[in-house]
Design a protein around this ligand. Structure first.
Ligand code: NAD
Ligand code: IPM
Ligand code: MN
Length: 356
C-alpha cells in the first residue's frame, strides 16, 4: 500500500514521542511491504518561532494533501504563564481540528493487564476496564464567540451546539457501540445548560435508530465520580468537547498514565492521530517521556485511515509484549519495577521495534 504520512511533532515531548511513532510506522512498512512516504510540518510554539503563526498555511495545506497525520503535542510554559499573549500554540491545534473538519475524537481507554498496579485505583476495580470515548471536537465553548467587555474586566466564552453537530457524533458513537458491548452513555449537564438539553434531545432521537444499543444518560459531575468508582460499567461514552477533554484526562488513570492514551481525530477529510497528553515541559529534553501514546496513535492510524487491521494489531501486540517483558517508562513504573527495567523514550522504542 502506498501512502503519504505527515509527521507534525509540535512542541516539547511531542518531538520526542512522535519520533518513536514514526519509527514504528517505518518498521510496519518494511515488514508488510508497504510504501509509506513522510513529510513534516510545523505547528504550535515551533511554528510561531519560525513563521509567527501557530498553524502556517503551508502546514495546513500539507495536512489536507496527506493520507494521514501523526501529531505530537503543542504548548509552551511561556504562554501558559502569560494570559495576555494573543498568539498561542494551542490556537494551531484548534485551527487544525476545525479546518480539517475533525469533529470526532476517539479516545480508547484500554488497560493493559500488566499495568494493573501502575494505577492509583485498586486492581479489582480496574481489571477488564475498556471504554471508548467519543469526544466532540469542533464545537462547544472552544469555538463559540469569546472576548472581553467592561474595559477588560468581564470575559466571556460562548458555548454553542447545533443539532447536526450533535447528531453526527452521536451516530458515530452508536455505530461503535454496536461493534462492542452495545452500551452507550451520553454525558451532559442537561440540568443546567441549554446546549446540554439540545444534546440530550438529539441523542434521544438518534437512539431510536439503534434499539439494540442500551443507552444511559449521566451528568458530567456524576460520571466524574462513577468513572473511578466503577470503570467497568462503561462501554462507549459520548460527550461534548470540554467535558470530553476533562473526563479523558481523568480516565487516563484507568489506563495507568497519560503516556498510554492515544486518540484518533476523524471527520470530513484527513484523519489526525494524537496522544491525549500535552507537551509536558516538566519532562521535556530528559528523554523519559512515554512514547506508547504516540505508538498506539500510529496503530489507530493504520487501522482507521488505512484499514490495515493486522498491522495495527501487530503494533498493539508489541506494546503488550514490551509490558509483559517488564519494561516501563517512569510514569508507568511502580515500587516493584526493577531499576534496570525503567527505560527512556528511545530505549523503550527500541524494545517495541524489536517486537514488531
Ligand atoms: P501534559 O499532558 O503536558 O502533562 C501532564 C502531566 O502528565 C505532566 O506531569 C507530564 O509530565 C505527564 N505526562 C504527559 N505525557 C506524558 C508522557 N508521554 N510520558 C510521561 N509523562 C507524561 O499537560 P499540562 O502539563 O497540563 O500541559 C502542558 C502544555 O501542554 C500546556 O501548554 C498545554 O496547553 C499543552 N497541552 C497540549 C495538548 C495537545 O497538544 N494535544 C494536550 C494537553 C495539554
Ligand atoms: C487536548 C488538549 C487541547 C484541548 C488543548 C491543548 C487545546 O488539552 O488535546 O486534549 O483542550 O483539546
Ligand atoms: Mn486535554
Amino acid at each position: 500500500m502506498k501512502k503519504n504520512i505527515l509527521i507534525v511533532p509540535g512542541d516539547g515531548i511531542g518531538q520526542e514521542v512522535t519520533a518513536v511513532g514514526k519509527k514504528v510506522l517505518d518498521k510496519i512498512a518494511a515488514k508488510y511491504g508497504h510504501d509509506f512516504s513522510y513529510d513534516e510540518a510545523l505547528i504550535g510554539h515551533a511554528a510561531i518561532e519560525a513563521t509567527g503563526a501557530p498553524l502556517p498555511d503551508e502546514s495546513l495545506e500539507k495536512m489536507k494533501q496527506s493520507d494521514a497525520v501523526l501529531f505530537g503535542a503543542v504548548g509552551h510554559p511561556k504562554y501558559d504563564n502569560d494570559p495576555s499573549a494573543k498568539v498561542r500554540p494551542e490556537q494551531g491545534l484548534l485551527k487544525m481540528r476545525k479546518e480539517l473538519g475533525l469533529y470526532a475524537n476517539l479516545r480508547p481507554i484500554k488497560l493493559f493487564d500488566e499495568l494493573l498496579s501502575a494505577s492509583s485505583i485498586k486492581p479489582e476495580i480496574l481489571k477488564g476496564a475498556d471504554i471508548l470515548f467519543f469526544r466532540e471536537l469542533t464545537g462547544d465553548i472552544y469555538f463559540g464567540e469569546k472576548g472581553r467587555k467592561d474595559n477588560g474586566d468581564t470575559a466571556f466564552d460562548i458555548a454553542q451546539y447545533s443539532r447536526f453537530e450533535v447528531e453526527r457524533i452521536a451516530r458515530k458513537a452508536f455505530e461503535a457501540a454496536r461493534t462492542r458491548r452495545k452500551k452507550l452513555c451520553s454525558v451532559d449537564k442537561a440540568n443546567v445548560l441549554e446546549t446540554s438539553r439540545l444534546w440530550r434531545e438529539v441523542v434521544q432521537q438518534v437512539a431510536k435508530d439503534y434499539p439494540d444499543v442500551e443507552v444511559e444518560y449521566q451528568f458530567v459531575d456524576a460520571i466524574a465520580m462513577l468513572l473511578i468508582k466503577d470503570p467497568k460499567k462503561f462501554d462507549v461514552i459520548v460527550t461534548a468537547n470540554l467535558f470530553g477533554d476533562i473526563l479523558t484526562d481523568e480516565a487516563s488513570q484507568i489506563a495507568g498514565s497519560m503516556g498510554m492514551l492515544a486518540s484518533a481525530s476523524i471527520g470530513d477529510g484527513t484523519g489526525v492521530y494524537e496522544p491525549i497528553h500535552g507537551s509536558a515541559h516538566d519532562i521535556t529534553g530528559k528523554g523519559i517521556a512515554n512514547p506508547m501514546a504516540s505508538v498506539l496513535s500510529a496503530a489507530l492510524l493504520l487501522d482507521i485511515s488505512f484499514g490495515l487491521k493486522a498491522e495495527s494489531e501487530d503494533v498493539i501486540n508489541a506494546v503488550d509484549q514490551v509490558l509483559k517483558a517488564g519494561f516501563r517508562t517512569g510514569d508507568i513504573a511502580d515500587a516493584t519495577t526493577p531499576k534496570d527495567k525503567i527505560l527512556g523514550t528511545e530505549a523503550i522504542g527500541e524494545e517495541l521495534l524489536s517486537r514488531i
